[in-house]
Write a protein that binds this ligand. Structure first.
Ligand SMILES: *Cc1c(COP(=O)(O)O)cnc(C)c1O
Length: 350
């Protein structure tokens, strides 16, 4: 049993449930209810399975170039990984190597502390204000790096990029990661700031706004130097991270900007309509700029709503954690799905 004392023990991140049951309404993991761009289907049909005997492109040239074109940077400024989780994990490993703590909010994406624990990186969770916002000044002191999710999750609150820039500017000696998993739903990306700041790494994903959580595509944008360090770490870990189908469909998704904007527009419309509907039912909520709502009811416990909805086949997300244990995170589905949820809530709360 002695080998166990040398194990790198970690309490893992717990992803949202992926229920096996059919005919459920799945509003618990912020997937997009609409299919990926039509070109994605066509790309899959063109794939020749015989080529699977060959290794994929280790340099991810085509997808990096397509993303570079889309974001007006060059391809040496783009790093692609197996979902943004892979990109973020690689960034933690590469850039957070200081004795000083890495800073991120107490309420944010629950994977950051898990990576810090896994790699033995010191970290400090900075409390959000009482109204769940990030105070820039809290990130001006000495630290070993910073991670900010913008808009933040699960609060949904967007921080103006001018305020994010203050944090980046105040921390030239460490890397600042901005996780923009939800930025396409109404926020402004920090990508234009990479030109000015060599310590900035912006991370995004195809999982939410591009309807491709199942293909596992994420990416980071930064100056060539910071991306180069990330590439060195990747090639010291696993050269062939992206499989052939993912590379092929990723390119087509980026090319079809009209479809992308249409899908995102539909989600935003449904979200804004739902804000009104939830308020009518007595819920209080943040002003979400994402594809989910973060709601609480002054009279009914979130855990009870969560369980009752689940019984009805409607899956929501609930965390029994300090400060947010009376909140629900509800992914924006189709209008029809959301109306079914509203009908259920009307009956349940009556
Ligand atoms: C969903 C999410 C991710 C991870 O997404 P991938 O599917 O791994 O690309 C990263 N950060 C935040 C804040 C997220 O919500």
């Amino acid at each position: 049993m002695n080998w166990e004392k040398n194990v790198r023990k970690v309490e893992p991140y717990i992803p949202g449930e992926q229920p096996k049951r059919q005919n459920i309404i799945k509003l618990n993991t912020n997937e997009c209810p609409y299919p990926p761009a039509p070109g994605v289907k066509a790309a899959l049909e063109r794939i020749q399975y015989e080529n699977f005997r060959l290794y994929p492109d280790a340099n991810i040239t085509e997808l990096s170039s397509e993303l570079a074109k889309y974001y007006h940077v060059n391809k040496e400024q783009v790093f692609v990984g197996v979902g943004s989780d892979d990109v973020l994990a690689m960034a933690f490993l590469t850039f957070f190597n200081s004795d000083k703590p890495v800073l991120f909010p107490d309420i944010t994406y629950a994977f950051y502390d898990v990576w810090a624990e896994l790699y033995g990186i010191p970290y400090k969770q900075i409390p959000l204000t009482d109204d769940f916002t990030i105070k820039s000044e809290d990130y001006f002191g000495e630290n070993g790096g910073i991670v900010i999710t913008n808009p933040n999750a699960p609060t949904g609150i967007y921080k103006e990029i001018g305020e994010i820039e203050e944090i980046i500017k105040a921390n030239p000696d460490v890397v600042v990661i901005v996780d923009e998993a939800y930025v396409d739903f109404g926020g402004q990306s920090c990508i234009p700031l990479v030109e000015k700041y060599d310590n900035l790494l912006v991370v995004q994903t195809f999982s939410k706004s591009r309807s491709m959580a199942g293909m596992r595509i994420g990416f980071a944008v930064g100056q060539e130097k910071i991306i180069g360090y990330l590439q060195d770490a990747k090639f010291s870990f696993n050269s062939y991270t992206m499989n052939q189908p993912a590379l092929a469909v990723g390119v087509e998704s980026v090319r079809d900007d009209a479809y992308f904007k249409e899908t995102v527009g539909k989600i935003i419309n449904t979200r804004e309509r739902m804000k009104v509907e939830f308020k009518k039912l007595g819920f209080e909520m943040t002003d979400s700029m994402t594809n989910f709502l973060f709601v609480t009811h002054p009279k009914v416990a979130a855990a009870d709503i969560f369980n009752a909805a689940r019984e009805e086949g409607i899956f929501l997300r609930y965390w029994n954690k300090p400060r947010i244990n009376n909140y629900l995170r509800i992914t924006i589905g189709t209008d029809e799905e959301m109306d079914t949820l509203i009908d259920f809530l009307k009956k349940y709360l009556a």
